[in-house]
Write a protein that binds this ligand. Sequence first.
Ligand code: ACO
Length: 428
Amino acid sequence: MSHTCRIELDGQSHDFPVVEGTENELAIDISALRDRTGYITLDDGYGNTGSCKSSITYIDGDQGILRYRGIPIEQLAESSSFVETAWLVIWGRLPTPEEHDRFSTRLTRNQMIHESLRNHFEGFPPNAHPMAILSAMINAMSCYEPGMMEIEDETTLEQAAARLISKVRTIAAASYKMSVGQPLMYPRADYKYAQNFLHMMFSIPYKDYEPTPEVARALNLFLILHADHEQNCSTSTVRMVASSGANMYASCAAGVCALWGPLHGGANVAVIEMLEFIRQSGMNVAEYVSRVKAKDSKLRLMGFGHRVYKNFDPRAKILKEASDKMLAGMKVNDPLLDIARELEEVALRDPYFVERKLYPNVDFYSGIILRAMGIPLNMFTVMFAMGRVPGWIANWKEIHDDPKSRIYRPRQMYMGNTIQDYVPRDLR
Ligand code: ACO
């Protein structure tokens, strides 16, 4: 069914087309509004603006649906790996066995960083935030990859994507090693993606770290579940930068900077900080929950609720199962994890949370999983970035491949001074 939207302005009516998405979502196409009426739309924070047409990820927050390229996240979590999911997200279909092997080999061949890049690490102070290192190093890496700056064909694109996905992992682990003053560990060709990251993080020259299959699987799941989430702050940033014609590395480095903000990538950090606060304060969980519920309380249960998923967060369901399995096998003795379990139980029973549909979200379980793996708090957002790189590349590719793509240039409502005369310095 075709719809039209009629807008009445200053006594005149104007018709605008309604666009229907493949999942029957409807949008009013107002791209001709300003030309035809002189008006623009105002949508602070873009909460009601579709900034692009995209065929990468579909989300239905009311029904708890998340699909990459049409495939439900539950099926990918059950059967896929991060590497295969990355290919799917970027190229729009599952790879053939040959494509998968080729991509996997490219990831292995490109996992080392240029030896000269190691010197760049020396330039950061020991307590530098790993997100600062990650974004700076992605840009620095582009200086060593001049052939990847102009991507004209699919082979170069696959090479550039493989290099970025593979090296981000090496840089992430290296930034941690630098921060704790340990020697950087070289990646191993016989390890798979997640296992190799854990090796570079936790092995030391005289002792190899061998993750259990449950730990490697949980990390794989974490990465799959973070691979894309449509037009969030960092992905929109990547598209914005890409729209200027900037290369894949520069665009993804900008994505890292956007993700660094506590309102975006920092929620799982906030979960652990809250658990730590409860432990240190000596409060019991019930007391903390009643403080959260108190009228006019500014406190929130971190890791509960979601702006988009109003019934449940499909990623949280998957990670909860993985975290239960992983913790059962690890026999960790961590008071914060005990508090987390208690909090989850109390909140899932308490009418305050049930009525408001405040379920544990992906950050609640990812915080628990990362902590149990031994990932330090300041690396949590880096882990998120590692997972999100395929989504950023896919969004960069959509802009790059679109012959009609235009530079992103929103407008604004100017609310400042009207015309003023310049006042010479001695008369002010
Ligand atoms: N703890 C306690 N109460 C909450 C929480 C929470 N985590 N979240 C919402 N509420 C309450 C609000 O106080 C409000 O109550 P009221 O109706 O009595 O005033 C009601 O639930 C609705 O809250 P809103 O702020 O309107 O919900 P919104 O959808 O805007 O917020 C958000 C979503 C920001 C995620 C919120 O639930 C929150 O702050 N959660 C904690 C932080 C967090 O975990 N963020 C990560 C989100 S996932 C991600 O970004 C990948």
